[in-house]
Structure formats: structure tokens, C-alpha cells
Design a protein around this ligand. Structure first.
Ligand code: ZN
Length: 309
């Protein structure tokens, strides 16, 4: 049964196979040889290409060529099958491929002033329950650059204190809500400089959400935590306790993240927002309340929730 599931997962990544001489032979994605010479051993969960001689654990091949979902499904299958424990998985994890670094135009930042000095920006921020202290903590600025005018800019600093990303939010209602740098976010951990991996971390969707549960909060800049991301790698490596609080419409995404992290040994707490749509519109007190009422994620919780909704 598990064997068939494994094969169909592998097939979805490596294409069709043939069974020949007691071997499952797929196409090799490392050397792209025209014949099926990528041999898979389902008992040992290993692969070997007879052409390019690449070999190793299937986990790595799936991590390299499959999606986050594929890897997640694989770990689930293998774990049930072989009692592979979390620490082994974490130790075996490949270095995350460093994706192209998003392109942050350097001209934005010299021409800025703190957001609290701009009346209109401040008014907007206050309407979202953002305090002056938040503005200072997150170094929110306003740029005079033509392309970024009338926007509050949240810069992100990498672990060395260099700007590696930004989110620019319109405060006039007259232009596109958000501007972000082009390029992949896989290697971005928003404001990593201020993150303590030994302390619990709160994952939120957007920057406004993260502000409300500061400190040690990281916006995902979306609803997804990719297993190929640097953030995922660091969270699992440090075995950090994680709180996942996404918007009200993203319950499934929150459970997915929680399940994935807990499979890698992290302790995960979740909170389903009920009354308001997201942390971003709450006051600090309301957001802290969500945090304190978060519950340890378990499979039972997920099943119960599915049954209720
Ligand atoms: Zn090969």
C-alpha cells in the first residue's frame, strides 16, 4: 500500500517508470538522460543514476525537484513506514537553495523620513492602531521618491543588518495597496536581525499583523511557509516553538503550516481568529489576547475543526 503511494508520488515528480530487473527505473532529473536510468530502491529510500552516478536519499531528490507538498507527503509516508525520527530528517536537510535575492532599489532609502513626521501617514497608521513606538521599532519610513510616494515603507534587515527586502503600503487609497521587490522570497526572513531563534516566534501573514505581536514576530508575506525557504530551515533547525496566527480566511493554511512544522519536531500553537478578520486591524491588547489563547496544535484539533466546519 505504502509502496504504491510512494511510486505514485515519485511518478508525479520524475515521470513514468519501468520495472526492470527488480529495479524501478525513472528519468534522471540531474542529468536528463534520455533513457530511464534513475534507479530507485523503495526499501532503502535511496536513488542512484546509472549514467551520472548521482546517488543518495530520495528525500534529497524530492526536496530538490518536488514541491513543498511533495516533500511533506514523502516525509509522512516514510515516517510511517520506517520510524524515521524528526532529528534525522532535520539533520539530513539540504542547505536551502539560495534563490535570487529580491531587487531592492537603493534609492528608496536615502530619501526617507520617519513615518511619524508625515501627518497623513501617521493618521493612516493610527487608524490601524499603530503607535509611535511601533513606527520606531519597525523603522517605518516615508519616501520622497516618485515611485514610492505616499507609501509607508517597512524595510527588512537581514541577519547582518543589511536591507534585503521591503513592503511599501499606500496610505492614500488612491494607488496599488502594496509594492514589494521583484524576485523570490524564499531566502527572506523579514527583519531576521531582531529574531531570537531560542524564543517562541509568531508567524503572521503581513507586516501589519506582525507589528501587533512584536517582538519575535515574522510576517510570511503571504499565507504559505515553503519547505524550501530559509525560514522553514531555521525554524526546524533551532526547533523553535512557533505560533501561527493567520487571517480568518486562512485556517487551512495555518493548519497546513502547523502540521508541517510539528512533523519536523517543532511545538506549534495556533489561534483561529473569530470576530475580526486579522491581527492587522486589532489593537495590541486584542492581538496579545489571541496569542495567549493560542492552543497547542494536534491532529485531533485539526480533525475536530474539520468536523465542526
Ligand atoms: Zn543522471
Amino acid at each position: 500500500m505504502k509502496q504504491t503511494e510512494k511510486i505514485s508520488l515519485l511518478q508525479s515528480i520524475f515521470g513514468n517508470y519501468k520495472f526492470y530487473n527488480q529495479e524501478y527505473l525513472f528519468y534522471c532529473k540531474f542529468c536528463n538522460h534520455k533513457n530511464q536510468r534513475f534507479s530507485i530502491n523503495l526499501e532503502k529510500n535511496c536513488y542512484k543514476c546509472w549514467v551520472c552516478k548521482k546517488h543518495g536519499k530520495l528525500y534529497h531528490a524530492i526536496k530538490t525537484f518536488g514541491s513543498g507538498q511533495d516533500l511533506y507527503n514523502w516525509v509522512k509516508l516514510v515516517k510511517i513506514n520506517e520510524n524515521l525520527n524528526f532529528s534525522t530528517i532535520v539533520k539530513n536537510k539540504l542547505q536551502t537553495k539560495v534563490a535570487t535575492i529580491p531587487n531592492v532599489p537603493d534609492f528608496i532609502f536615502p530619501n526617507v523620513e520617519p513615518a511619524y513626521k508625515n501627518k497623513q501617514a501617521l493618521k493612516y497608521l493610527e487608524s490601524r492602531h499603530i503607535t509611535k513606538q511601533d513606527i520606531v521599532n519597525w523603522r517605518m519610513t516615508v519616501s520622497i521618491d516618485r515611485n514610492y510616494r505616499n507609501r509607508i515603507i517597512f524595510p527588512s534587515l537581514n541577519q547582518f543588518g543589511q536591507i534585503n527586502y521591503f513592503v511599501a503600503r499606500d496610505y492614500t487609497g488612491r494607488q496599488l495597496d502594496y509594492l514589494i521587490p521583484s524576485g523570490s522570497k524564499l531566502s527572506i526572513i523579514f527583519n531576521e536581525l531582531f529574531i531570537d531563534w531560542q524564543q517562541p516566534i509568531v508567524l503572521t501573514e503581513g507586516v501589519f499583523d506582525a507589528v501587533k505581536v512584536f517582538p519575535n514576530s515574522i510576517p510570511l508575506l503571504g499565507k504559505i511557509l515553503s519547505s524550501h525557504s530559509l525560514l522553514f530551515e531555521k525554524l526546524t533547525h533551532h526547533q523553535t516553538d512557533v505560533f501561527v496566527i493567520l487571517d480568518r480566511d486562512a485556517k487551512k493554511d495555518a493548519f497546513f503550516i502547523a502540521e508541517m512544522l510539528s512533523m519536523y519536531g517543532n511545538k506549534v500553537f495556533v489561534y483561529s481568529i473569530k470576530d475580526k478578520e486579522d491581527l492587522g486591524v486589532m489593537t495590541h491588547q486584542e492581538a496579545q489576547k489571541c496569542l495567549s489563547e493560542s492552543k497547542l496544535f494536534t491532529h485531533k484539533m485539526k480533525i475536530q475543526d474539520l468536523l465542526e466546519n
